[in-house]
Design a protein around this ligand. Structure first.
Ligand SMILES: C[S@@+](CC[C@H](N)C(=O)[O-])C[C@H]1O[C@@H](n2cnc3c(N)ncnc32)[C@H](O)[C@@H]1O
Length: 247
C-alpha cells in the first residue's frame, strides 16, 4: 500500500517534470505557439490578457483592503514574466519562479528564480505576502497539484493571500482554444470548485471566485463594468480564486 502510494507520487511528479521540460522546447517560439485565430478574435494584442488579469488582481486586493505597494509578491510559474513586467513596479517587491529554465527570461527587470523541482519552491517559510499562479495548475498533474499548493502555503506568511487564475472548462471557446493549442497538449483543465477544494485541503480559506473574460478587447472599454456584474456567472473564459492562508 505504502509502496503503491509512493510510486503513484513519483509517477505524477515525473509527469509534471516532463510537462515543464516541454516548456523549455516551447520557449523560443512561445508567442507563435499561442497564436490562434479564435484567440486573436478575442484580443489582437496578447498583452491584453495580462492587462485584464492585472485589473482583476487590483480589484481583488482592494476588496480585502490591501494595497499592492505594501506587499512582497511571488508569481509562481511566471513563464516569460509578462505579468511581472506589467505589475511588478506596483509592489514593494516582485519576484517570479518557474521550473522551466527556457521560459525564464534573462535580463528581465524582476528576479525570476528557477524551481529545481515542480513541487518545491526555492524560498524560505513565510517569506511572501501574496502569491499568484496564472494558468499554471492545468499543467500540473495528480498529486503534484496538492504538493505545489502546500509549497505555496509554506512560503506565504500567515494570513497571506494566494490568487489562482485558470482557464474555465465551462466556457466552450476556452475549451476550443486549449484543444488546439500546442502548448496545452498536456492540459487538464480544472473547474473553480476543484481548485477551491485543493486550496482548502492545504489550509487556505477561499475568499472569492470571480469569472472574467466575457467580452473581447474591442468591447471591453465600454462593457468592463458589465463584466464585473457577471463575475458570479460561471461561463467567463477564465476565473480567479482569492484565498487566505489560515491555521
Ligand atoms: C501557460 S504558462 C503560463 C505562464 C505565465 N504564468 C503566464 O500567465 O504567462 C505555464 C507555466 O507554468 C509553468 N509550470 C508548469 N508546471 C509548474 C509547476 N509545477 N510549478 C510552477 N510552474 C509550473 C511552466 O513552466 C510555464 O512557464
Amino acid at each position: 500500500m505504502v509502496f503503491a502510494l509512493w510510486s503513484e507520487r513519483v509517477k505524477t511528479i515525473q509527469t509534471s517534470d516532463r510537462a515543464t521540460s516541454e516548456f523549455d522546447q516551447y520557449a523560443p517560439s512561445y508567442a507563435e505557439l499561442l497564436d490562434d485565430p479564435l484567440r486573436n478574435q478575442f484580443a489582437r494584442d496578447p498583452l491584453h490578457f495580462h492587462k485584464r488579469k492585472w485589473l482583476l488582481i487590483q480589484e481583488l486586493l482592494n476588496r480585502v483592503n490591501l494595497t499592492s505597494t505594501t506587499l512582497k509578491w511571488l508569481d509562481v510559474g511566471c513563464g516569460q514574466g509578462e505579468l511581472l513586467k506589467l505589475a511588478g513596479k506596483s509592489f514593494a517587491q516582485a519576484i517570479g519562479c518557474d521550473p522551466s529554465a527556457g521560459m525564464i527570461v534573462s535580463g528581465a527587470p524582476f528576479k525570476m528564480y528557477r524551481q529545481l523541482s515542480p513541487v518545491e519552491l526555492p524560498f524560505v517559510d513565510g517569506s511572501v505576502d501574496f502569491v499568484t499562479a496564472v494558468c499554471v495548475y492545468h499543467h500540473v498533474h495528480g498529486i503534484a497539484r496538492a504538493l505545489l499548493t502546500s509549497e505555496i502555503r509554506r512560503v506565504l506568511r500567515p494570513g497571506g493571500l494566494c490568487c489562482i487564475i485558470e482557464h474555465n472548462p465551462w466556457n466552450p471557446i476556452t475549451r476550443a482554444i486549449v484543444q488546439r493549442c500546442p502548448v496545452d497538449v498536456d492540459a487538464e483543465l480544472l473547474t473553480a470548485q476543484r481548485s477551491s477544494a485543493f486550496l482548502q485541503a492545504s489550509r487556505f480559506e477561499v475568499l472569492s471566485t470571480d469569472y472574467f473574460l466575457y467580452f473581447p478587447e474591442r468591447f471591453f472599454n465600454r462593457l468592463g463594468s458589465t463584466e464585473r456584474m457577471l463575475r458570479k456567472i460561471p461561463i467567463g473564459g477564465q476565473y480567479a480564486l482569492l484565498a487566505r492562508a489560515v491555521g
